[in-house]
Design a protein around this ligand. Structure first.
Ligand SMILES: [Fe+2]
Ligand SMILES: [Fe+2]
Length: 302
């Protein structure tokens, strides 16, 4: 062995942070420089931060997969062998992950710890609600993918899409403060029980607002049970008063809840669930969102 040389093996032990859509591995750190590898699933959006929030040198190399850098109305593809780097960005650079992608990143000063902390926070919050309400297992992840694709189709910005994906993943976090007896009750709820259940958007928003990086997502979680016609809760918002992210989330949430297996209650077929959501376009749901959502569902199911 040459003195001073470190060899890392592909399967060797290292610092990692894992969530369903992303695996982050720290390969090497020396002084102010970090080298990381990331696997990111298709459908995700990520960004390189602007100079005002993060100053330094950052280099991204595409090992496999396909990225699209948003540039005004258009986008610039990055394929295996392509790379990008900067030492201070005037604005955030948003990348859409078009195919499952593996990246090599070099950054100075280090940012692994910040990214890992966010992943750990997301995962522990997500787990706390899945443990409490087993019916939500897999639900949040499925809708996260659908809402981001729907949002993109509706022209949301990269920033809105990231907020939306966080909100989708954690939308029912407030259920941790609803009693088990109510969450698991097979029959209809009493008025009082319904009242308690209806507090979950507000308690969820409160939990999310404690983390700086989830502040905007908290607003969306608060509004995920508002209805387009103004009869929803907690604030009875109507139409475009409801943030677009929450209008998208409401459609995906209802569709997935109806069409995926549940411990209680009949499961609808996908066409049945689609019919039910479509019937409620204009009352419960924003009709433009419903149209965009089902074109995304069709593309996913194809
Ligand atoms: Fe909910
Ligand atoms: Fe839900």
């Amino acid at each position: 062995m040459v003195e001073g040389l470190t060899i890392g093996r592909r399967e060797g032990p290292r610092d990692t942070a894992v969530k369903p859509s992303t695996t982050l591995e720290l390969l090497a750190r020396e002084g102010p420089v970090e080298v990381t590898r990331q696997h990111i699933k298709a459908g995700k959006v990520f960004y390189l931060d602007e100079e005002a929030s993060w100053q330094g040198f950052e280099f991204v190399y595409v090992i496999s997969g396909l990225l699209a850098l948003k540039q005004g109305e258009g986008e610039v593809p990055l394929s295996p062998g392509d790379y990008a780097y900067h030492h201070g960005l005037a604005e955030r650079a948003y990348f859409h992950v078009r195919e499952d992608t593996e990246l090599l990143m070099v950054a100075s000063p280090p940012s692994f710890q910040i990214m890992r902390d966010e992943i750990v926070d997301m995962m522990s919050l997500g787990r706390s609600v899945e443990e409490k309400d087993s019916a939500t297992e897999g639900h949040s992840q499925r809708i996260e993918e659908l809402v981001v694709a729907t949002g993109e189709l509706l022209g949301l910005t990269g920033e809105q899409l990231i907020v939306l994906s966080h909100a989708a993943y954690l939308h029912d976090i407030g259920k941790v403060s609803v009693s088990d007896a109510i969450l698991n009750k097979p029959g209809p709820l009493t008025d009082e029980e319904r009242e308690e259940m209806r507090r979950h958007p507000a308690s969820g928003a409160k939990i999310l607002a404690r983390k700086a990086f989830l502040k905007e997502a908290a607003e969306i979680v608060l509004a995920h049970h508002e209805r387009f016609d103004g009869t929803g809760y907690p604030n009875g918002l109507r139409g475009e008063e409801i943030p677009i992210e929450a209008r998208i989330l409401a459609v995906a949430d209802a569709y997935d809840a109806m069409s995926s297996p549940r411990p209680y209650g009949a499961v609808r077929s996908k066409p049945d669930a689609r019919g039910e959501v479509t019937r409620n376009a204009g009352t419960q749901f924003d009709p433009a969102v419903v149209t965009a959502f089902f074109s995304v569902v069709e593309a996913f199911d194809a």
